[in-house]
Design a binder for this molecule. Sequence first.
Ligand SMILES: [Zn+2]
Ligand SMILES: [Zn+2]
Length: 217
Amino acid sequence: MTDPIAKLRTPTQRAKSDVANKLVSMFLHELSRKVRQTWPLKIESDEYAQFVRSTFGDYCPYCRCDLTIAETVVEHLDGLNRYRVGLHVPGNVLVACKKCNNEKRRDDSRKTLTLAESGWGSFLSHDGSRCEAGCKTCKYWATIWPEAADRTSRMRENVARILQFRGRFAEFRAVHSSVLDALPAWSVKLYTDCQQFAQGEIGILLNKIEKASGQEK
Ligand SMILES: [Zn+2]
Ligand SMILES: [Zn+2]
């Protein structure tokens, strides 16, 4: 049993990592803007929409629910965080159901993945046979496809479909491979620097306040 009241001790830590995560996401978005300039296919174009539709139909790439009736969000196959270092570029941007987008976050925020190389691949590998009991993602997939053999084959199909989609953008990966390879290290540095900056500056301000209130007495 976890102690729910223990949450009271974590807000400051949470705020600092939220800021650092946001900065990494901003960096990846800015970089995406630059990278996109050299790429003829635009995310907002009919051509890209058509391409996404021809691969996935109007269905969630993960759970295959009908997106015309589900709550939908813009989804990044490789998440825009320091571990997955995805970009907002064609080939990484899709539309998914909000539920899967939420559930996938657990894999996306893991420093190291054991089930697959990518966050999306890992998300689609929780077939209930490889994780410890109580894995939330395995439980999620069991609610979507209750029957184990059906679940495994559906997940494999979805992985294959995403790989096929990704194959279309292999050229893109080659063009930017030097940048993409350096991204994890840069993102981790940005994250660490941001946290140190936040901690240092807040410390200085708190000291000032303490001194000022000491003089008032
Ligand atoms: Zn879904
Ligand atoms: Zn699992």
